[in-house]
Write a protein that binds this ligand. Structure first.
Ligand code: G1P
Length: 306
């Protein structure tokens, strides 16, 4: 807890792991990083960056891998494209590119040369993080709501310190897809974390309260990640390193306000496109009319209304 005269260090840095293969989205991800798949017209990585900036994050490190260079190009100036758009007076299109321009030196890349797991990916960013609290955002998890999820967490963290992870309840049959919390006392949206387990079998899971892809972490986690011990699935798990911090410092889950779309899953990805598409002022009306006219029991309905 923060004490008068001992303000919590601000959360200024974010680690965004983007090295995953995206096997569930093959063939699309054969040559396009999964983080570049668009929801409506923005790639998943853009949603994560926007959310982090809204939470006050200033510096980013993306932990990349082979075949991910499209992400670096995306956050670079595209002089030729911009010149052509300018010469054609495409003002709106130029404005759409603005969110891709980060201040020079504020976004860095490091490679995870071997896919050894999420814990290892985060460990690759240890020198970037140094000795201050940091955020981790998993861009597959698209967080949607009135207040950006990480912003809600940063606000809660100011009073809590330690480690704070975004949590939500999932159906018991799905516990083997998530890090699962052993919950303690709950106060409003904040749940005490008494233990953490990576992907437990539904019958053995201590609860159905799952960690989703937003974390604010104490750099002490690197001490445990440095041991490079393999856990569930033979991978170096972030959850295992975090579990070792339980009891040594404040550790809480935060039941964020909003919806999480699992865009690493095809149905979750489609759902995100539908919901965010409907909310867009420039598209929503036409899209809503299309969906209303769609006969869900008749596959040919789609061709008739399109
Ligand atoms: C990772 C974490 C897991 C967490 C999940 C959230 O799993 O290891 O603890 O619950 O992200 O999306 P992955 O989805 O990479 O298998």
């Amino acid at each position: 807890m923060s004490r008068p005269g001992h303000p919590m260090k601000p959360v200024r840095k974010a680690v965004i792991p983007v090295a995953g293969l995206g096997a569930r989205f093959l063939p699309a991800t054969k040559s396009v990083p999964k983080e570049m798949l668009p929801v409506v017209d923005r790639p998943l990585i853009q949603y994560a960056i926007d959310e982090a900036r809204a939470a006050g994050i200033e510096d980013f490190v993306l932990v990349t891998g082979r075949g991910k260079s499209a992400i670096e190009d995306y956050f670079d100036h595209a002089y030729e494209l911009e010149a052509v758009l300018e010469s054609r007076h495409k003002i709106q299109e130029l404005a759409a590119l603005e969110c891709t321009n980060l201040e020079a030196g504020r976004i860095m890349y490091t490679r995870q040369q071997v896919p050894l797991g999420l814990g290892h990916a985060v460990w690759c960013a240890r020198d970037f993080v140094g000795d201050e609290p940091f955020a981790v955002l998993l861009p597959d998890d698209l967080m949607h709501g009135a207040a950006p999820c990480l912003k809600q967490m940063v606000e809660a963290y100011r009073d809590l310190g330690g480690n704070l992870v975004a949590v939500m309840d999932v159906p018991r049959r799905h516990t083997d897809r998530y890090g699962i919390v052993s919950p303690g006392v709950t106060k409003g949206r904040v749940v005490e974390v008494k233990g953490l387990e990576e992907k437990p079998h539904p019958e053995e899971a201590p609860s159905t309260l799952s960690v989703v892809g937003r974390y604010i972490l104490d750099p002490a986690v690197f001490t445990h990640l440095s041991r490079l011990e393999a856990g569930a699935g033979g991978e170096i798990q972030l959850t295992d390193a975090l579990a070792k911090l339980v009891g040594t410092m404040p550790f809480y889950g935060y039941r964020f306000e909003g919806t999480r779309f699992d865009c690493g899953d095809k149905v979750g990805y489609l759902a995100a496109n539908v919901v965010l598409g409907l909310e867009r002022p420039d598209l929503g009306g036409e899209f809503r009319d299309f969906l209303k006219a769609l006969d869900l029991d008749d596959a040919k309905g789609a061709t008739r209304c399109a």
